[in-house]
Design a protein around this ligand. Structure first.
Ligand code: SF4
Length: 79
């Protein structure tokens, strides 16, 4: 099995907000969570498992939608 890249996009502590950024929730209970790029990383990374593929599918679908395309992703048809 392919080694997962240790980036925010594949981290359990990350919450995706748009196609390039999200917030890091490694410290719980903050009023405002720090914004991270999807390619950022740190030593507190934890594998989010299948959530990674759901996120990449959502990003692919959103980018296709912005271009006016219809695309089938792991999470469904986006048009
Ligand atoms: S900054 Fe670290 S802990 Fe936070 S989402 Fe990114 S890799 Fe995960």
């Amino acid at each position: 099995m392919r080694q997962q890249q240790r980036i925010c996009l594949s981290c359990r502590n990350f919450s995706l907000q748009d196609t390039t950024t999200g917030v890091c929730k490694v410290v719980k209970g903050l009023a405002v969570y720090p914004v991270k790029a999807i390619e950022d990383t740190c030593d507190q990374w934890r594998d989010c498992g299948q959530q990674y593929f759901i996120r990449t599918g959502w990003i692919k679908g959103r980018l296709a939608q912005e271009k006016g395309d219809t695309v089938a992703t792991e999470t469904g048809l986006i048009c």
